[in-house]
Design a protein around this ligand. Structure first.
Ligand code: DGL
Length: 265
């Protein structure tokens, strides 16, 4: 059975992978953590597009996947059309779940917590315009939270005051949002830490919806037993690679590959 490819700048896509593997545990997965390109959030749009298109092209040639999931809001909100033009397989993007939050909000005030790239994109403006027109939307873009999430994922100590500081704009608002969209796939990795700071909030992410979409696009699959093949592909020898490798083993990614392709670091 052909695998699916999941791509992110780091560990964030695992929050999407988790939902997919819960729904389709037997599905073979090639997960690419573009650690050499991390973080995507502050990069110019053209650079993210070029990088992700190149990487997915290389991965498609190597692994011949049935479909690809861009498990990264920062990349999806800018590169989806270029990717769909370039590649023949279905490409599923992950974008902020503004529609869900707006549908569920009771006080008509929602939050968006994302990378600065995603928070300020025209794509996000359009989502808000289309689905949350009658809501007040408070946007917070944070690269620091992406770094914190990676550190928590690798089992490193972090100062919890950082989470309070990042969420301050939501807390200080005249009306605090009752639903906050986790518009970066890294952020569900620190959902508990975020909830501790704002206990009354419902945190909304796109993981489960993406898993349903993957399931619906797979060709006729029959359930197989035994453990599914899981490969993680890293794109560089970074300082924290060893900690990363251990953390990925915890998700049963026992085949670990370092792919060197000519990408800007
Ligand atoms: N996980 C990514 C996202 O969903 C990107 C984080 C980053 O590399 O800045 O936006």
């Amino acid at each position: 059975m052909k695998p699916i490819v999941i791509l992110d700048s780091g560990a964030g896509g695992l929050t999407v992978f988790d939902e997919i593997s819960r729904m389709i545990p037997w599905l073979p997965v090639v997960y690419c953590a573009d650690n050499a390109g991390f973080p995507y959030g502050p990069k110019p749009e053209a650079e993210v597009t070029e990088r992700v298109c190149h990487l997915l092209d290389v991965l498609t040639q190597h692994y011949n996947p049935v479909l690809a999931v861009i498990a990264c809001n920062t990349a999806s909100t800018v590169a989806l059309s270029a990717l769909r033009e370039k590649l023949d397989i279905p490409i599923i993007g992950v974008v902020p779940a503004i529609k869900t939050a707006a549908t569920l909000s009771r006080n008509r005030c929602i939050g968006l917590l994302a990378t600065p790239g995603t928070a300020n994109r025209a794509y996000t403006d359009n989502l808000i315009q289309e689905f949350a027109n009658d809501c007040q939307v408070i946007r917070v873009g944070s690269t620091e939270l992406v770094h914190l999430a990676e550190r928590v994922f690798r089992g490193e100590q972090v100062d919890h005051q950082n989470f309070h500081d990042i969420l301050a704009p939501f807390k200080k608002a005249d009306v605090a949002p009752d639903h906050i969209v986790l518009g970066c796939t890294h952020f569900p990795l620190v959902r508990r830490e975020l909830s501790d700071c704002m206990p009354g909030v419902t945190w909304v992410d796109s993981g489960e919806a993406i898993a349903r979409r993957v399931h619906s696009l797979l060709p006729d699959i029959s359930e197989t037993h035994g453990s599914a093949l899981r490969t993680v592909v890293f794109t560089g020898q970074t300082d924290s690679l060893n900690l990363f490798r251990t953390a990925f083993s915890g998700y049963s990614f026992h085949t670990q590959v370092i792919l060197s392709c000519p990408l800007r670091q």
